[in-house]
Design a binder for this molecule. Structure first.
Ligand code: NAD
Ligand code: WQD
Length: 339
């Protein structure tokens, strides 16, 4: 049985991926410093799956801690989720973002080398397509110009991983470019639990629905899109997690670097999201239209053909599933993982 180390595995996408890996017969080791999560998510992963996770509290930048984890577990592959991800915060705290996101990557790569582990999957982002490329995005497009330090950390980490693979031909590196992950596990036991005021649309919608925020502001309705609001490629987090299992299966069969978009290929507008959430959950959401948010692109969506061709992966869940599952998680856990 192969063992996968999830760096940053207690977070939103990591916890859902842990469930799918355990259900597919992999052993899971998680390391997290709980900068944006808590150990409760992994307790719930164990409840959902009936399987144990080896859980370590440590900073992934800290090589001595990583070495202890690698010596106590025979790691076959790493999935690197550990990072700070709030776009607006990264503009205010660029040094913290570069330090955390790049150093975690370098420490992981150095420790992997020391322990002769050559397989790594990296949580990249559609944000690397930047402002210059045209939708739908395909993997061979050049990385573009980002509008914020968070995005640049992803561009730089992709470059670091590509250079490392080039210098070490036995390595297998997979860059997964996520589009907009939303929703929650259908059990309603794990989900997204942002600290403070949510930056992203869906956690904000869910907190308005549960009464933690007064109303949603839709940022701009004068974009060149069918209804004037921005369009994004929202992907159910469980579909995304299953994409990681396919990528893990694949990472053991190849060498070099492979890039995959993980998205549905179908964009929805902010207004469509809000009205779908209202319809499937049978409620009204208080919202108003406000000015555009700086840095937002009118449209971002994937061409997801490559992941289907090489990994045999495609999304199965609908926008209705995403909205229902999000509400099940939020209504069962109005304050997230806090009691
Ligand atoms: P998240 O914040 O829920 O998970 C990231 C985890 O990493 C958290 O548990 C956090 O505590 C941990 N972490 C951060 N720095 C660490 C460090 N130095 N040492 C140990 N642990 C550390 O975010 P998520 O949504 O699950 O995202 C996972 C990854 O996917 C991130 O790298 C993110 O940039 C990337 N990504 C996310 C999205 C999205 O919209 N959610 C989109 C594209 C890419
Ligand atoms: C979606 C749409 C907003 C909040 C971000 C990162 C990206 C990736 C995913 C990590 C936009 C609108 C939002 C609100 C709104 N993350 N909106 N009111 O900006 O597409 O992508 O998360 O890699 O890098 O940039 O996602 O959820 O913030 O916004 O109207 O209160 O919802 O304008 O059109 P985004 P989002």
């Amino acid at each position: 049985m192969k063992t996968i180390l999830l760096a940053g595995g207690a977070g939103y996408i990591g916890s859902h991926t842990a469930v799918e890996l355990l259900n597919s017969g992999y052993n899971v080791v998680v390391v997290d410093n709980y900068a944006n999560s808590c150990p409760e998510s992994i307790k719930r992963v164990e409840k959902i799956t009936g399987k144990k996770v080896a859980l370590y509290e440590a900073d992934v930048k800290d090589k001595s801690k990583l070495e202890k984890i690698f010596s106590e577990n025979k790691i076959d592959a790493v999935i690197h989720f550990a990072g700070l991800k709030a776009v607006g915060e990264s503009v205010k705290m660029p040094v913290e973002y570069y330090r955390n996101n790049i150093d975690t990557t370098l420490s992981l790569l150095e420790t992997m080398k020391k322990f002769n582990v050559g397989n790594i999957i990296f949580s990249s982002s559609a944000t690397v397509y930047g402002e210059d490329n045209k939708v739908p995005y395909t993997e061979e497009m050049k990385r573009g110009t980002c509008t914020n330090p968070y995005g640049w950390t992803k561009v730089m980490m992709e470059q670091i991983l590509e250079d490392t693979a080039k210098a070490n031909p036995d390595m297998s590196v997979i860059l997964l470019r996520y589009f907009n992950p939303i929703g929650a596990h259908e059990s309603g036991m794990i989900g997204e639990d942002p600290q403070g005021i949510p930056n992203n649309l869906m956690p904000y919608v869910a907190q308005v629905a549960v009464g933690r925020r007064d109303h949603l502001t839709i940022y701009g309705n004068d974009y060149p899109t069918p209804d004037g609001t921005c369009r994004r490629d929202y992907i159910h987090v469980v579909d995304l997690a299953k994409g990681h299992v396919k990528a893990i299966d694949y990472v053991f069969t190849t060498k070099g670097v492979e890039i995959f978009n993980l998205g549905t290929g179908t964009p929805y507008s902010v207004t469509e999201i809000v009205t779908t959430f209202e319809r499937v959950n049978n409620m009204k959401l208080k919202y108003e239209y406000g000015p555009r948010r700086q840095g937002d692109l009118p449209e971002s969506y994937a061409n997801a053909d490559k992941a289907y061709r090489l990994l045999g992966w495609k999304t199965e869940k609908t926008l209705e599933d995403m909205c229902k599952d999000l509400w099940r998680w939020q209504s069962n856990n109005p304050n997230g993982y806090k009691k």
